[in-house]
Design a protein around this ligand. Structure first.
Ligand code: GLA
Length: 392
């Protein structure tokens, strides 16, 4: 081990390549040792060549230690090998850290932050306000804002944002300040207990961004949403444009649009053999967003494969094709910064529960399969990063 380390590889690289527990067996193999000395570039190394980082969400349950053992060392090693940045899957949300109006519970979020710091991997903040009653803690939906509801709502929100940002401020430089604030039916900002108390959704969102700017003046502040390139997302894209225009008109400090990128093959388009997508409309959308001076960031990339046939090889190839089309388009924008996946290994993806396939088979939505083997989707990402336009 000391020889390999002295050959100029970082310990992180070597440990990731060794796959943690398979240390002895791996050391015996000359071919593998050669791989270790000349490891193929990781996704984040490829992304780095055009100024970006590749990353993924991560759950604290994968990292928890029992004694010196990480709970899921293979997952942790894979993240360390491929990623330059991670984001908490759920551990920073109000539902996770706010048991009630008075207290905070940072146990799980701290575990992620400490692990990222110990491994010199960057961390994003997600999210300071998911402005959707379904994702508020129950106590917040039913909160009694008292005789002066606007000032109590402002106090509560400001206190939350300042507390979280200050705790992780030295480590996090890009924050999803607000997540998914749009009402699809009403086409405006969703009504929540906070907007009811403060008088309007705009007031809530503006306060969130102003507070974030004051608390961390250098940080990138992001509005994050799931508008996407599928035809059924056109109205949502227009709603997001109106929201972003409003931010600019009111001087709300928003730096970037987070494009979640849970892209979906919901039917087969005979023209492409994968899912239908709006290339021109989506480019128009991105052009309008960047034209207003916003940067872009891909925050939660994965692929729903619902309409694809059961056959695994065929399915993986179609998912890879769709990935490549999407990434080539996104990575043609110099305004696009980091690119984060929402999970690396199929079996741990939220989509297994949220969007199960009709045939009952596992959704193949991530770059790695359940045995931690790279799929063609990983290759598609690598090729897209290799050919990306440099980040501005
Ligand atoms: C949204 C949220 C994420 C996550 C996914 C589903 O995209 O922004 O935090 O909850 O849904 O897992």
């Amino acid at each position: 081990m000391r020889d390999i380390l002295s050959a100029g590889l970082s310990r992180r690289h070597v440990m990731a390549g060794l796959g943690g527990t398979a240390l002895a067996g791996t050391m015996g193999s000359m071919a593998r040792a050669k791989d270790l000395l000349n490891p193929p570039p990781s996704l984040t190394q490829l992304a780095q060549s055009t100024g970006r980082k590749f990353g993924s969400c991560i759950a604290s349950s994968h990292l928890r230690h029992s004694g010196a053992i990480v709970q899921n060392p293979r997952y942790a090693d894979l993240v360390l090998n491929e990623c330059g940045i991670v984001v908490p899957e759920n551990e920073m949300k109000w539902q996770a850290i706010r048991p009630d109006a008075q207290s905070f519970n940072f146990t799980e979020m701290d575990a992620i932050a400490q692990w990222a710091k110990a491994n010199s991997i960057a961390l994003r903040g997600h999210t300071l306000l998911w402005h959707r009653p379904k994702w508020f803690p129950e106590w917040l939906n039913n909160y009694d804002f008292g005789a002066q509801p606007a000032s109590e709502a402002a106090r509560l929100l400001t206190h939350h944002i300042e507390t979280v940002m200050k705790r992780y401020g030295g480590q996090i430089h890009s924050w999803d300040v607000v997540n998914e604030a749009i009402d699809h039916d009403g086409h405006g900002i969703l009504a929540t207990s906070l907007s009811g108390a403060m008088g309007s959704g705009e007031d809530v969102l503006d306060l969130a961004f102003h507070t974030a700017r004051q608390t961390a003046p250098e940080a990138q502040l992001v509005y994050n949403d799931y508008m996407s390139w599928e035809p059924q997302h056109e109205a949502h894209c227009n709603d997001v444009l109106r929201l972003l225009e409003g931010f600019r008109k009111r001087g709300t400090p928003v730096d970037a649009l987070g494009i979640q990128s849970h892209i979906e093959i919901f039917e087969i388009d005979p023209a492409t053999g994968t899912g239908p997508y709006r290339e021109k409309g989506w480019r128009r959308f991105l052009d309008e967003v960047t034209g207003m001076g916003y940067k872009l960031i891909v925050t939660e990339f994965d692929v729903k494969d619902k309409a694809l046939p059961s056959d695994i090889a065929l399915r993986d190839q179609k998912v890879a094709d769709f990935t490549r089309r999407y990434c080539d388009l996104m990575l043609s924008y110099p305004e696009l910064g980091d690119f984060l996946a929402w999970g690396l290994v199929d079996k741990y993806s939220w989509l297994q529960g949220f969007a199960p396939r009709d045939d009952g088979l596992e959704v193949r939505c991530c770059p790695y399969d359940d045995d931690y083997q790279p799929k063609s989707m990983r290759e598609a990402l690598a090729l897209a990063f290799e050919q990306a336009v440099p980040m501005a």
